[in-house]
Design a protein around this ligand. Structure first.
Ligand SMILES: [Zn+2]
Length: 395
């Protein structure tokens, strides 16, 4: 039986499956074909929830005597965008000038392809690793993330699974392989502040109350002063106003309501509760709820609503995991990777509740773009890094 030791071949098979979220597209079946000969037991649970599409996921486990390493990732991909703008069709896995083109090449079918090749090489060259290896692969990372990793983790735990460490194969390197390992992430929260005014004629402002004026005061209070200057492992907390909505088309009408939506990425100075309290406090103070401002008889009448669940800030502190991975990267690339907590959220935010988790994958430059592609050399290098990591971590 041939083992899936060639990352380019593994990746080509995955790219040819059009698995745009929530479609399975053949990608999980393709993984199953690769994993079976490596001795994995495979489950493909489908998760459902009202109002969201059903999503198929995959959990594969190769049992051994020793610690349990989980590799996590997703086979779903974002839409291709303008297909005619692609140099090579997005699901063809065409190779040109040493690069393989295709949606998901770096985010993140490529990472999965490399990990499987690394494990296959390890088994072929040195036999089974001294422990268990599992792959936790979702089809709902780029979508609502409801029927994916969260439920897959709960499902696996209900079956009695526990893990000692996890590596997520998302593209973490900004420019070149070896740039960056992610060891945590800032938290994220979104909210909307709505100011209620009194509608009226612009020529008779004394009869109306313009909510835009109050909203400007409140958004200014959200933005200033800065929340903090950053910490040892984290960038400064940052709030961005992402939308200001009045929806008033008439130039002679003072509107009744105005609202602003914002997102805040916060570091380990805060947690979701303290950052929410800080925002409430800023708005209460600026609105005059606490103390009326000069020249204004009434407090600004506003409501604050929080959107969704917050993502919590986290930092992985597992020396064995971090040092083994960063040592493997250094041994293969000759570069010492930066240990970073930058960037957007990933499924690591869910995994961190079950075991220490780090992220390392390909170079992210072309992810989500037209002409997403990966250098074949990078596939080979990442495979070698993962192989070294598997060897040393179980070692
Ligand atoms: Zn991804």
């Amino acid at each position: 039986m041939t083992l899936p030791t060639d990352p380019a071949q593994n990746l080509a098979a995955l790219i040819r499956c059009p698995s745009v979220t929530p479609a399975e597209g053949g990608a999980l079946s393709s993984l199953e074909v690769m994993l079976k000969p490596l001795g994995f037991a495979i489950d493909r649970p489908v998760f459902k929830e009202d109002g969201t599409p059903d999503v198929e996921n995959l959990y594969a486990r190769r049992s051994g005597n020793g610690p349990h390493l989980m590799f996590a990732g997703h086979t779903d991909v974002v839409p291709v965008g303008d297909e005619s703008a692609w140099t090579h069709p997005p699901f063809s896995a065409a190779i040109a000038n040493g690069e393989m083109y295709g949606r998901g090449a770096v985010d993140m079918k490529g990472g999965i392809a490399c990990f499987i090749a690394a494990l296959a090489r390890h088994i072929a060259q040195k036999g089974a690793p001294k422990g268990s290896v599992s792959l936790l692969i979702t089809g709902d990372e780029e979508g609502p993330s409801i029927n994916g990793t969260v439920k897959l983790l709960e499902w696996a735990v209900a079956k009695g699974e526990t893990w000692d460490a996890s590596i997520v194969g998302e593209p973490t390197n900004p420019d070149a392989l070896g740039d960056m390992i992610k060891i945590g992430r800032r938290g994220s929260l979104s909210g909307t502040v709505t100011v209620n005014g009194r509608q009226g004629h612009v020529a008779y402002p004394h009869l109306a109350d313009n909510p835009v004026r109050g909203l400007m005061t409140l958004t200014d209070a959200l933005l200033n002063p800065v929340f903090d200057k950053g910490t040892k492992n984290f960038q400064p907390t940052n709030l961005e106003v992402t939308s200001i909505d009045v929806g008033n088309l008439a130039t002679n009408v003072i509107p009744a309501k105005a609202s602003a939506t914002f997102n805040i990425r916060f570091n380990d100075t805060w947690d979701a509760e303290t950052v929410q309290a800080e925002i409430h406090n800023r708005l209460d103070t600026a609105s005059g709820r606490k103390k009326y401002r000069k020249g204004r008889k009434e407090a600004i009448d506003f409501e604050l609503t929080w959107k969704d669940r917050p993502s919590h800030v986290f930092l992985t502190r597992d020396d064995k995991l971090i040092e083994t991975l960063s040592g493997s990267v250094a041994a293969i690339t000759g570069r010492k990777p930066q240990l970073s907590t930058s960037g957007g959220t990933s499924d690591a935010r869910f995994i961190k509740d079950y075991c220490p988790v780090v992220e390392f994958g390909l170079v992210g430059k072309t992810m989500h773009m037209v002409d997403e592609r990966v250098a074949l050399d990078d596939l080979e290098t990442l495979t070698t890094i993962y192989q070294r990591f598997i060897e040393d971590w179980f070692g």
